[in-house]
Structures are given as structure tokens and as C-alpha cells.
Design a protein around this ligand. Structure first.
Ligand code: AVJ
Length: 321
């Protein structure tokens, strides 16, 4: 996947910065400190995530791309000709290029993305690499209610939500999200969904704490970001990255752990840390196939097909509205 083509505008616009400040103040003054994982993805965070996907321990991206490639004929046959692919959070557009180039005569590609500059880059990449498929970009936050513009064909809509991004949502939020996708896509739609599967602790914890330290840098970048954008003064080397498989909740949890008692200034407030105290920065939920199916069901979708790899590490689903 070539992530280098895309650049997010930096620094973030004023509205975003105010939202970051509000989230950081709320999260870091709570009894159990937390920061929303969406803030991991500034320019540097997006670059580091792309580097994570190339680490030997981080199996999800390469496994999902392998499934999409290997099962492309089955996926294309199940989807049929003339689909309009609507992708929620297209990343660098690499998976869209893969999908569109394997589908039978796709009618259009509709990337839905909150950052306009990111959307432009995806649109030009897909137009270049899959010529002949019209690209209709939509600026929207798919995590909230949204509608597709009237210019998007109504027939044969295929939602596309790869990457196990669904795993970043709590199961109830994930069901809400799938329900909103269904509402936005309309009757008769399909959804091609990627979900990471439950597996053993060792493999999961290694995937979220690679030996090269890229995931650690990705997580710690959140503190650098608060220093950069909110003029905070976190002593970043005094924190360390931790990744823990929570077997009860079936999710990998990422934390930043304070190595000593310390304090930091943030937007006029003092944030205190005890030695060993943590900031919870991300949940990455893993699914058993039957749980994913139940989740889809609860959101009004019916599972039509599921594809997996030989090791049953990752799953790609085709759902019917
Ligand atoms: C992009 C959200 C799917 O949860 O695996 C990778 C993000 N965090 N390593 C994931 C992530 C740490 C990733 N998602």
C-alpha cells in the first residue's frame, strides 16, 4: 500500500484544534485517563500507521489484502456488475484500487471522508489507477448521521468498510455505525466489511507492540501532538507504550504509561500522573465470526458470505441490507 502519496494539512484547522483541546481536557481530568483514538491520526500519526502496516508482526493489513486478492473472483461474482462502491474512510485509496479493478464494470466510486484535502488525493489516485470509473467524493463524518448526495447512483450500491476500523468502536457503537451505513446506502444495498478475528494473546499483543517500536512511536505521537497543537509540555520519554489483550472484552487495549510521578501543563490546567498511571488511547475489538454476524444482524444486515485466510486471522464479509 502506498501511503506516501497522501498528505494531511498540518497543523489542524482551528475547529479541529478546539475539539482536540476539549477531548484532551475531558479525557485527562477524568479519574481514569483516556484520549479518543481518532486523534492518533495527524500527519505524523498517519505516516506511522502506514509504517505499522509493513511491520512483520502487524498481520491485519497484509492478511486482508491477501483475502481481497485471492477471493476477488468470488467477491466480484457475488457483487455482480455495475456496482457503485461507497467507501467509508478510504485511507490512501489502495484497497479501493484493488476492489474496483476486480469488480465487473463498476459504475462509480464514492469515497466518504471528513478531511477534504485527503479526499482530493484519494480521488485523483483512484481516477488515475482505475480509469473509466467516475469518482464522486463526499465530505462527511461517517461516524455521525450523514446522507449521500443525489448524484450518487441508487442502484447496486456496495458499501466498503475494510481495515477492521469497525474494531475501534464499542460493540453497541459498531452496531449503530452499521445501521447508519444501511440508512445512508438505502434498500437493496450490500456492504463489504473487514473484521479482525479473535486469536491468541501472544500474536495480538505482538501485533500492537512490534519489535521495531513503530506502534510505540504511533501511540507516543499522541503526546507529541498535544505538545505541538495545544502547547502542552508532556515529557514524552517519561511515558511508555503498552498493548494488552483484554480477553473478557475481546479487544486489544493501548495505553500510555507514566514511568514516574509527574505533572504536565495542558491548556491552562495541570495534569498529574502517579508512577504507573495510564492513559487509555485505543481499543481494537476482535470478533468471532458468530459475534460479527450477530452484530450485523442487530444492525439490520444479513450475512451473505464470509471469506477468510488459511490461518483464520481476518475476515471479509459481504452483507445484504
Ligand atoms: C486502523 C484501527 C484498524 O486497530 O489495528 C494499529 C489501528 N492501532 N496499531 C487497528 C492500530 C495500533 C488499527 N486500525
Amino acid at each position: 500500500m502506498s501511503g506516501a502519496r497522501l498528505e494531511r494539512a498540518s497543523p489542524a484547522p482551528a475547529g479541529q484544534r478546539a475539539a482536540l483541546r476539549a477531548d484532551a481536557l475531558a479525557g485527562l481530568t477524568a479519574p481514569r485517563k483516556t484520549l479518543p483514538c481518532k486523534w492518533l491520526y495527524d500527519t505524523e500519526g498517519a505516516r506511522l500507521f502506514e509504517a505499522i502496516t509493513r511491520q512483520p508482526e502487524y498481520y491485519p493489513t497484509r492478511t486482508e489484502v491477501g483475502i481481497l486478492r485471492e477471493q476477488a473472483p468470488a467477491i466480484a461474482a457475488a457483487v455482480g456488475p455495475g456496482a457503485t462502491a461507497v467507501e467509508f474512510g478510504p485511507g490512501d485509496g489502495g484497497k479501493a484500487v484493488l476492489l474496483l479493478s476486480r469488480l465487473q464494470a463498476p459504475a462509480a466510486y464514492v469515497p466518504v471522508e471528513i478531511a477534504p484535502e485527503w479526499l482530493d488525493a484519494v480521488a485523483s489516485r483512484v481516477s488515475e489507477e482505475v480509469p473509466g470509473v467516475p469518482v464522486l467524493p463526499v465530505v462527511a463524518d461517517f461516524a455521525r448521521a450523514f446522507g449521500l448526495p443525489s448524484g450518487v447512483p441508487r442502484e447496486r450500491r456496495l458499501g466498503f468498510f475494510p481495515g477492521s476500523t469497525i474494531g475501534n468502536f464499542e460493540p453497541t457503537e459498531a452496531a449503530d455505525l452499521l445501521r447508519r451505513f444501511r440508512a445512508a446506502l438505502g434498500p437493496g444495498a450490500r456492504l463489504l466489511l473487514g473484521a479482525d478475528l479473535v486469536k491468541g494473546r501472544a500474536m495480538l499483543e505482538a501485533a500492537y507492540d512490534d519489535a521495531a517500536g513503530v506502534t510505540a512511536a504511533f501511540n507516543l505521537n499522541l503526546l507529541h501532538r498535544l505538545n505541538r497543537e495545544l502547547e502542552a509540555d508532556f515529557d514524552v520519554p517519561a511515558f511508555r507504550h503498552r498493548a494488552v489483550w483484554n480477553a473478557e472484552e475481546e479487544r486489544v487495549e493501548m495505553y500510555l504509561e507514566s514511568l514516574r510521578a509527574q505533572r504536565a501543563r495542558l491548556a491552562g490546567r495541570e495534569i498529574r500522573f502517579a508512577a504507573g498511571e495510564t492513559i487509555h488511547t485505543e481499543n481494537s475489538h476482535k470478533y468471532r465470526p458468530e459475534r460479527l454476524e450477530a452484530l450485523a444482524d442487530a444492525a439490520g444486515w444479513r450475512a451473505r458470505a464470509m471469506w477468510t485466510d488459511q490461518g483464520r486471522l481476518f475476515s471479509v464479509w459481504l452483507l445484504d441490507a
